[in-house]
Design a protein around this ligand. Structure first.
Ligand code: SF4
Length: 676
């Protein structure tokens, strides 16, 4: 049997998959992300490719329509809104599920032709704080290392990352190293005991947002013990004195850890030169997410532990193409190809390359602000692509009302019924995984192909094509006249070449002569490259910057609400919900409650508990477990309004954001809890 070589559509590990239309799914033994491994979700992909529930024709206000009717209406409404209310009266909300080619043309249409930067993405919910932290420290949004560093490290620190459930193949890779090399030390820093903690030598049950106190304390300890690399700092780092002064003002026990635990961790960190700190949503989804990122980066910079084998900070992205979206400018505060909206030279260069009539002049609305603008009536036309914000955004009920308040809403999706699609004036059927072609970039900067191995269902079209069809109807057909995703990819690479003189990290020349059809998984700027090995960074002075970080003041409600993923589900279960064996893992919405809290609330295991944030509530089944700390609750994010009547956790999550990155604090809810 000839299997198609493609890439898993779920998490940012970006595993290679061999697939066939008969449902055969195997791990690709030649893909450097997974070397043949797959997790439960990836293995079950074959069970999710049926057409049950699919959107197969365009619809206008619930009625079947032709593509011509639907596209004409979308183009007319967006053109009218721009004409009557200006370019900032329209917005796109896109997705880390889009392929790079889809992302590229959506960004080009909004920023270069409509002339607004109101295009943001659900990746804002995932890694915006890492982007902001990277830019503050490195002068660029650069992930320095590679997955191989995990296998070369002597100490792996997993912060705010349940790798075993959220990036399972990376967890498998680390577990394999630990088996071969038991002296590899693994520290798991998480307020909850998770499946990841089981692999760790030490689990540090930190207080929520206690990361700054912990890593500021580490910096002060390293200095006190003479373990910083003063030569490296002198040559390559600025801001050391200020960062240290701020660190010294903080009390490390505010992390919630005992002096003994702190000392044990600090000594381990100091002793092992090869340290990789892996961090994820537990760091990013916070009102101080960017500061937490920089507190971690400060420790790596002060010791020169970046850019060398087995060393470095490592942000792992949640989504399959969060990195590709960053690269082509899918965030409201970025231009294409890691260029900056605020830089007039960058704007001019991109506009010249695109030969576009305009270019956005300032950053657009980030996700939370975008939906607040919808609620205030500022957005007259909204296009949601490949995501379900009426469920996945914090304060999801408010977001749902906000979308309903927009005069004209378009949703492109593979599914006929979603909470967001139900609010749309126009539904556009998109092709899904296995039906479309393009590229994705994983957490280690590796670009891989997604390839079609299924026939196109119904009238569905790939997202890049739908966007180009609308752009043509808005009068820009020449600039969007691509015949294939490979033409889009070529233009993206050419833009990188045309702007090379700006001297930034995103060097895509390795793809300049690549055969798109046969493209092998390839890292930019080249395979196995580690950034910053030469001590050169992307700030104008060529140095990295340490950032002075103060300990946040935290105000907590009666219970601190943490949210996250289950092992066998993906986001709002559009795809994984089709596989019965995935549903068997944890079959219904639940909330983890500490036994002492359960006793105080007179809750028995399995009782229903009502969470209330003062405005909204949700009702979940109590899973009584000491995995969560007393005073804390944890609930998974997957269940939608359509799957459960009142059990959608984002009904009660807060819309507060990190002030630097705009990332919502999805792990920082404050709720009351009562027996229902
Ligand atoms: Fe897919 Fe992530 Fe599992 Fe790999 S680890 S198979 S990319 S879900």
């Amino acid at each position: 049997m000839s299997l198609t070589r493609t890439t898993c559509p779920y998490c940012g590990v970006g595993c290679g998959v061999l697939a066939d239309a008969d449902g055969t799914i195997k791990g690709d033994p030649e893909h450097p992300a997974n070397y043949g491994r797959l997790c439960s979700k990836g293995s079950a992909l074959g069970e999710t490719i049926n057409l049950d529930g699919r959107l197969l024709t365009p619809q206008i206000r619930g009625q079947r329509a032709s593509w011509t009717e639907a596209l004409d209406l979308v183009a007319d409404e967006f053109s009218a809104a721009v004409r009557d209310h200006g370019p900032d009266s329209v917005a796109f909300y896109v997705s880390g599920q889009l392929l790079t080619e889809d992302y590229y043309v959506a960004n080009k249409l909004m920023k270069g032709f409509i002339g607004s930067a109101n295009i943001d993405t659900n990746s804002r919910l995932c890694m915006a704080s890492s982007v902001a932290g990277h830019k503050r420290a490195f002068g660029s949004d650069t992930v320095p290392g590679t997955y191989d560093d995990l296998e070369e490290a002597d100490l792996i620190v997993l912060v705010g990352s349940n790798l075993a459930w959220c990036h399972p193949v990376l967890h498998q890779r680390i577990a394999a190293v630990k088996e071969k090399r038991p002296d590899l030390r693994i520290v798991n820093i998480d307020p909850r005991l998770t499946a990841t903690s089981e692999l760790a030598d030490i689990h540090l049950k930190i207080s929520p947002d206690g990361d700054i106190a912990l890593f500021n304390g580490l910096l002060a300890y390293l200095v006190a013990e003479g373990m910083v690399d003063t030569d490296y700092i002198t040559a390559n780092v600025s801001g050391f004195d200020e960062a240290l002064a701020a660190a010294k003002t903080c009390d490390p026990t505010e992390s919630g850890l005992s002096a003994r635990d702190l000392l044990q961790f600090y000594a381990l960190w100091a002793k092992n030169r090869k340290v990789v700190t892996v961090y994820s949503q537990g760091v990013n989804q916070s009102e101080c997410g960017t500061d937490k990122v920089n507190a971690i980066l400060n420790c790596h910079l002060a010791t020169g532990r970046v850019g060398a084998p087995g060393c470095g900070p490592f942000s792992v992205t949640g989504q399959p193409n969060a990195m590709g979206g960053r690269e082509v400018g899918g965030l409201a505060n970025m231009l294409a190809n890691h260029l900056d909206i605020e830089n007039s030279g960058h704007r001019d260069a991109v506009q010249m390359f695109w030969e576009s009539p305009t270019i956005c002049q300032q950053p657009g609305l980030k996700a939370v602000d975008l939906f607040e603008a919808c609620a205030r009536g500022k957005i007259k036309a909204l296009w949601v692509m490949s995501t379900n914000p009426a469920v996945s955004m914090p304060d999801a009920n408010g977001v749902s009302d906000a979308i309903a308040n927009v005069p004209f809403v378009v949703v492109s999706d593979i599914m006929a019924r979603t909470d967001t699609g139900d609010l749309a004036d126009v539904l556009l059927p998109a092709t899904g995984w296995g039906e479309k072609d393009g590229t994705v970039t994983n957490s280690e900067r590796r670009v891989s192909r997604q390839r079609a191995f299924l026939p196109t269902p119904g009238d569905a079209r790939p997202d890049w094509k739908i966007i180009c069809d609308v752009a043509a109807r808005m009068g820009w057909g020449d600039a969007f006249s691509y015949d294939s995703p490979s033409e889009v990819f070529s233009e993206y690479i050419a833009l990188s070449e045309a702007t090379r003189t700006f001297g930034r990290d995103l060097d895509l020349s390795v793809f300049a002569d690549a055969d798109y059809a046969a493209l092998l998984p390839t890292q930019w700027p080249q395979n196995n490259h580690r950034f910053f090995a030469d001590g050169k960074f992307y700030h104008p002075d060529g140095k990295a910057r340490m950032v002075a970080i103060a300990t946040p003041i935290r105000s907590l409600g009666s219970f601190r609400l943490n949210t996250g993923r289950n092992r066998d589900q993906w986001h709002t279960m559009t795809r994984t919900g089709k596989a019965p064996r995935l549903g068997a893992h944890l079959a219904e919405p639940y909330v983890e409650v500490h036994p002492d809290d359960a006793a105080a609330l007179e809750l028995e295991p399995g009782d229903l508990v009502q969470l209330n944030n003062g405005a909204n509530d949700c009702i979940l089944r109590a899973l009584v477990t000491p995995r969560v700390a007393q005073g804390h609750l944890f609930a998974p994010m997957h269940w939608t309004r359509q799957r459960t009547s009142r059990s959608m956790i984002n009904s009660v999550t807060p819309s507060q954001t990190d002030p630097v990155s705009g990332q919502p604090a999805l792990k920082s809810g404050s709720v009351s809890a009562t027996r229902f």
